[in-house]
Each structure stands twice: as C-alpha cells, then as structure tokens.
Design a protein. Structure first.
Length: 279
C-alpha cells in the first residue's frame, strides 16, 4: 500500500491525513504541542503508529499551513514538499463536497476566503476575525480562552440580553430584514450581563461577522455555495448562526464531514493532482 500524507502545520496544532491509492481519506488526527516542529513530528509519529503504516508505505509528505515555514528538511527522510495553503483549501473543499463553484471560507485564527471556479482557485480576501478573536475576547471578558468551555457557557445564554434586534428599534419589519434579525451586535449588553450571555454574544459576533464577510465577497460572482472549513466549524452554535444567515440571504453554508482537516486533505491532493513524470 502506498499513501500520500497531507499535513496542515499550525503554530500549536497540527492536522494530518493520509490519502490511499483508492483516493480515500485515512484516519485524520489532530495533535497539539508547544511549537510547530514538535507538533508536526508528534502528529506524524502517532499517525503512522495508530494506522500501522511503515515509512516505506509513504509515497510523499505534503506540508502546508503557517507552521510549515519552520520545516525545511525531509520529514523522517521521506520525499517532502510544500503545498500553497489557499490552493490546498480549495482542493480539500472540492474533494469533500464535489462542488466546482464555491467560496471556501477557512475559519482559523483569522478568516481567509478562497474562490473556486473549476480549476481556477485563488485567494480573494479575508478578515482578521476568527478563532483568535474569540479566544482573546473570551480571555478578557470571561477569564478563559478554552473554546470548549466558552461554547458550553454559550449554550445557556440568551442572545436578546446582548444584541439589539430589528424588533427592538422598529415597529414593522424592514425590507428584507425580519424582526428577529440582528441590528447591533453587543448593542444591548449590560454591565451585569451573565457569563453565559457574554459567551453566546461573542460566538455570534465572530460567526456572523464571518458570514457577512463571505456574503459581501460573493457579490457579483453569482456564487451562493459557501464551504466552511477549520476548527470553528465544530462550534455547536454554527447550527443556529449559519441557517439564520441562509434564510436572510438565500445562500447555502456547507460544513464538510472533515471540515477541520480540509486543508491537510488539499495538501495531499496538491501532489496527487500533479501528473507524475513518465520514465
């Protein structure tokens, strides 16, 4: 068996997948460590061990992500190359959804947006709001940067205690805006707001800002399919934020099965999609 390994190297988290000869994704995993080199080698060793893969089974190792800049040698002596991250985002999302036209939105520390139109895959922008924003503001306001804890708190929150809704400022619906649409994020927050309400408000603020940036990025393109990838797609609150935005704008937000591993999948595909030289 030959396998291509795709590795998305972050500063503290590494995601790794394999794609086998049948083109199937094999056992994606994620490893946290204090630095990208430790994270990479820890993830790679665990992946091989858990899946009973020998070094000789690995045809190629493809690296991507901001942490890959710290790796300038073959991983365990194996053939190693690097994949451009935005291309990897697009290829991974296309593999997961079979869509040819879409915007791929990577919800990482910040947010990047990649436009895919067949084989034309290019980065078109992004915003500096993402998981880093949620962690930083949670650290200041909730005294924790544990996203799982913030998400759990938010499950008990009441959004009306934090945001101003259209019904709070208008007697009648505005054109295209239902009464329960948000008019102002955190505009209704009180000094005695509960931790649960603050947590929910922070998550909605980050996710809705990303949704709005995606909508604006799609204008004039005719694209209404948005593929959301990255760690923030695992937040339970996306089940409420994304459908609300879909109803408002007539678009579709898709979360692939391996949403947090799409970039690693795409890195492996960057090698597999390149024609191999004939001998």
């Amino acid at each position: 068996m030959k396998i291509v390994i795709g590795i998305d190297v972050g500063i503290s988290t590494t995601k790794i997948v394999g794609i086998n000869e049948q083109g199937n994704v094999v056992s994606p995993i994620r490893i946290r460590a204090t630095d990208p080199v430790t994270s990479l080698y820890g993830a790679f060793g665990k992946y091989l061990h858990d899946n009973h893969i020998q070094l000789g089974d690995v045809e190629k190792v493809m690296l991507t992500g901001v942490g890959s800049a710290y790796i300038n040698e073959p991983v365990y002596g194996l053939p190693t190359d690097k994949a451009e991250e935005f291309l990897a985002d697009g290829l991974g999302a296309r593999y997961e959804t079979n869509l040819e036209r879409m915007l791929v939105v990577s919800l990482g520390t910040g947010t990047s947006i990649v436009k895919c139109d067949g084989d034309d895959i290019k980065h078109i922008g992004g915003i500096g709001i993402g998981g880093g924003t949620l962690q930083g503001l949670s650290r200041l306001l909730l005294k924790t940067d544990d996203i799982k804890q913030v998400a759990a708190l938010a499950e008990e929150g009441d959004l009306s205690h934090i945001n101003v809704l259209i019904k709070d400022i208008c007697a009648n619906p505005l054109q295209g805006l239902p009464m329960d649409a948000i008019a102002s994020l955190f505009g209704n927050a009180k000094t005695n707001a509960s931790r649960e309400d603050i947590a929910l408000g922070l998550i909605w603020m980050v996710l809705q800002s990303i949704c709005s940036a995606t909508i604006l990025s799609s204008l004039g393109s005719g694209i209404k399919e948005f593929v959301m990838i990255g760690n923030l797609t695992l937040l339970p609150q996306v089940r409420h934020v994304f459908p609300a935005t879909e109803r408002l704008y007539g678009v579709k937000f898709r979360i692939p099965r391996y949403s947090e591993f799409c970039t690693a999948i795409g890195a492996a595909l960057c090698y597999l999609n390149v024609p191999k030289p004939t001998l």
